[in-house]
Design a protein around this ligand. Structure first.
Ligand code: TDO
Length: 186
């Protein structure tokens, strides 16, 4: 397993080993023991799986507030996507900064998104499936979103047309109007 740091502390790209043979491949996408040996020890309690039919579907930028903040380990089950994390910890030296990673079925890469970060993605292939582990349960009262196209964040989504969005994401707040529930160092 390979682990790569990104420009944002705590956001990591993880590339599990794939054992290929004539049938295809085998891979441990999550092993608490192996990840813990690499300093990533997370008590994941929920797995999520969604399908986005069309290229250019954007889901995000989402978070859950404390006490139900979530760490997420994200991978692509089918197709291809660009997955993004944005630092929203008040007082962080990298507040408002983002990193992204190309996750695809082919490359098997995963993105680790810590608490205190927004998460979102855009699909790059039809019928793209995302699968991700979460360290807390879904808590609708703590669910929130910030605009994916907020110019103050400035994510380059690589879109060639209008994004396909949920109503919630289409009406999400700007970062400037957002009172982040996360503080750097908590
Ligand atoms: C996230 C979630 C949604 N739902 C329900 C609520 C709603 O009826 C339906 C669709 O929810 P959403 O529109 O919020 O789904 P979606 O836009 O895919 O939301 C997800 O986006 C990505 C980027 C994340 O990081 C996730 O944490 C989550 O926020 O599914 C659950 O039952 N459990 C869950 O954990």
């Amino acid at each position: 397993m390979l682990i790569q740091d990104t420009a944002l502390e705590g956001v990591k790209i993880i590339i599990p080993t794939r054992f290929g043979d004539s049938r295809g491949f085998f891979s441990e996408s999550w092993s608490r023991q192996t990840f813990a040996r690499h300093g990533i020890d997370i008590d994941f309690v929920q797995d999520n799986h969604s399908l986005s039919a069309k290229v250019g579907t954007v889901r995000g930028l989402h978070f859950q507030s404390p006490p139900h903040a979530q760490e997420k380990l994200v991978r692509c089950g089918r197709g291809s996507m660009y997955d993004v994390a944005v630092d929203i910890r008040r007082g962080s030296p990298t507040y408002g900064m983002w990193v992204g990673a190309d996750l695809s079925f082919e490359n098997g890469k995963q993105l680790l998104v810590p608490r205190g970060f927004l998460h979102g993605f855009v699909t790059r292939a039809p019928d793209t499936e995302i699968i991700y582990k979460c360290s807390d349960y879904y808590a609708p009262d703590c669910d929130g979103a910030v605009r994916f196209d907020d110019p103050d964040i400035g994510i380059d989504w690589g879109l060639t047309g209008a994004a396909i969005l949920s109503d919630k994401d289409a009406t999400a707040q700007r970062l400037v109007d957002f009172d982040s529930p996360f503080t750097y160092g908590d």
